[in-house]
Design a protein around this ligand. Structure first.
Ligand SMILES: *Cc1c(COP(=O)(O)O)cnc(C)c1O
Length: 460
């Protein structure tokens, strides 16, 4: 009897107890508050403790887990409207149990050709949803930040080669901060990130971008990349993607579209219209852990030309010399910085196959409708000023009368009810509260509750 290799009955006992706990948790979500007070020092100390030398009791361990999971923001619940909600489709979690148990090496196709084909199928499907042409590729990564980083590295390599001096890339003030981080990690100094002004509608001013590019060229710099957002994190605003693609084509720049929040709304008719132009990008970031409602840890980078992604990331080593590449299934290790990785496709594939694409499409459509409802309800409240009709599912608002401090207090009052959770940002130098509808668990009743809480707090 090897303790690290439990027998079947013991495996069933462990798995059964863990899964039962997890299901209890999910079932209990409707009764859970949207946020919890801070945990006590003693709980933190217990969680920080080193593992014991001797076997522990599964029940006690799971009890501790439940206690720990009870604190913080209820990011899995329907009342979570802060930042960009995720949700956590249960079938995806279960797919992970299988993935981890079979433990196939996901870095190179030769280790698990058919499972890698399954993952490549997910990539191809995501690319098709965005309208990218056949032959596009990419890979699943941990999230949007990792996808933006690899896109940055690919664009840098394609545009600048080995010599980074003078490189210039163009973002808006509302671009996600992971892009600036990516530039720094990719060896580009802060001066290489040019912030193009946004229009009054918070979109990239493409004429201003063109003027900056021209001025930069005249000054001897080397523009190589323009980044648009398919839904900014702040306000869900979509940059003028067709004009950006035109600009990139005219200037010979790499066009990256950050669709971590909004890119997958292309599954819906309305989303496809609003995100028109995304199909012309050289690379697209998506976050299935946002707009496919999957558990955290799944982002995607799609590229029109996988060879350009490989050129920036591919390595090579004698100890890998036995592995022949397959023309149909890629070696994901060649497309990103990781060698060892799990097969990531199952956690996307199982939910899509099991529930059908239509279930995801319908859920995204529901979120678009719910955001409209929030917009109309809040716009009808004389105490509130609403930023504008949501393009996707973010509604920004603030008190009509009141400074930034008053708006911060409003947010505290709203979140203090622990019935919903919202977050804030800054737009045009002013504090704006924002409500983002994206969890698959947020339905009409949650949105109605949010509106009620907001209006009550604003009337205070
Ligand atoms: C969330 C987000 C990111 C970062 O994605 P992570 O999955 O959190 O790493 C990047 N861009 C946009 C627009 C986002 O909303």
């Amino acid at each position: 009897m090897y303790p690290l290799e439990p027998e079947r009955l013991e495996m069933e006992r462990i798995a059964g107890q863990v899964v039962r706990r997890a299901i209890d948790f999910v079932e209990g979500l409707p009764e859970r508050p949207a946020s919890q007070p801070q945990p006590g020092r003693d709980l933190l100390a217990r969680m920080l403790a080193a593992p014991a030398e001797h076997p522990g009791d599964l029940d006690e361990l799971l009890e501790a887990l439940d206690e720990a999971a009870g604190f913080g923001l209820e990011t899995a619940g329907g009342g979570y409207f802060g930042y960009i909600p995720a949700g956590g489709v249960f079938s995806s979690a279960v797919a992970e149990v299988y993935t981890r148990a079979v433990n196939r090496f996901g870095g190179m196709a030769a280790f698990a050709p058919a499972l890698i084909a399954l993952e490549q199928g997910v990539i191809r499907w995501l690319a098709t949803v965005c309208g990218l042409p056949t032959g596009s590729g990419g890979l699943l990564v941990s999230g949007g930040s990792a996808a933006n980083l690899s896109a940055m590295v690919a664009a840098r390599h394609a545009g600048l080669g080995e010599e980074l001096a003078g490189g210039r890339l163009y973002v808006t003030p509302h671009a996600h901060h992971s892009l600036t981080e990516a530039a720094r990690i990719a060896g580009l100094p802060a001066a290489s990130v040019r912030v193009v002004p946004a229009t009054a509608a918070l979109r990239m001013d493409v004429d201003a971008a063109a003027a900056m590019i021209e001025a930069d060229r005249a000054a001897g710099h080397r523009p190589f990349l323009v980044v648009g957002s398919a839904g900014t994190t702040d306000t869900g605003t979509v940059d003028p993607l067709p004009e950006l693609a035109d600009l990139a084509a005219r200037e010979g720049l790499w066009c990256h579209v950050d669709g971590a929040y909004g890119g997958l709304f292309t599954l819906t008719d309305r989303g496809r219209r609003r995100l028109a132009g995304i199909e012309r990008a050289d690379s697209v970031t998506l976050d299935p852990h946002k707009s496919l409602f999957l558990p955290y840890g799944t982002g995607a980078l799609l590229v029109r030309d996988p060879a350009r992604l490989a050129a920036a990331h591919q390595g090579g080593a004698y100890y890998l010399q036995d592995l022949a590449p397959d023309p149909d299934v890629p070696d994901f290790a060649d497309l990103g910085p990781e060698l060892s990785r799990e097969v990531r496709g199952l956690r996307v594939w199982l939910p899509l196959q099991l529930h059908g694409v239509g279930a995801f499409r319908a859920a995204l459509d529901e979120k678009l409708d719910l955001a409209q409802t929030v917009y109309q309800e809040l716009a009808a409240d004389p105490a509130l000023e609403v930023l504008g009709e949501p393009e996707l599912t973010v509604v920004g608002f603030r008190l009509r009368e009141g400074d930034d401090a008053a708006n911060r207090r409003l947010l505290e009052r709203i979140n203090g009810t622990r019935r919903v959770f919202l977050s804030s940002t800054s737009v045009g130098g002013r504090v704006v509260l924002r409500l983002c509808v994206l969890s698959h668990r947020s339905h009409a009743e949650h949105v109605a509750e949010a509106v009620r809480v907001i209006r009550e707090a604003a009337a205070d």
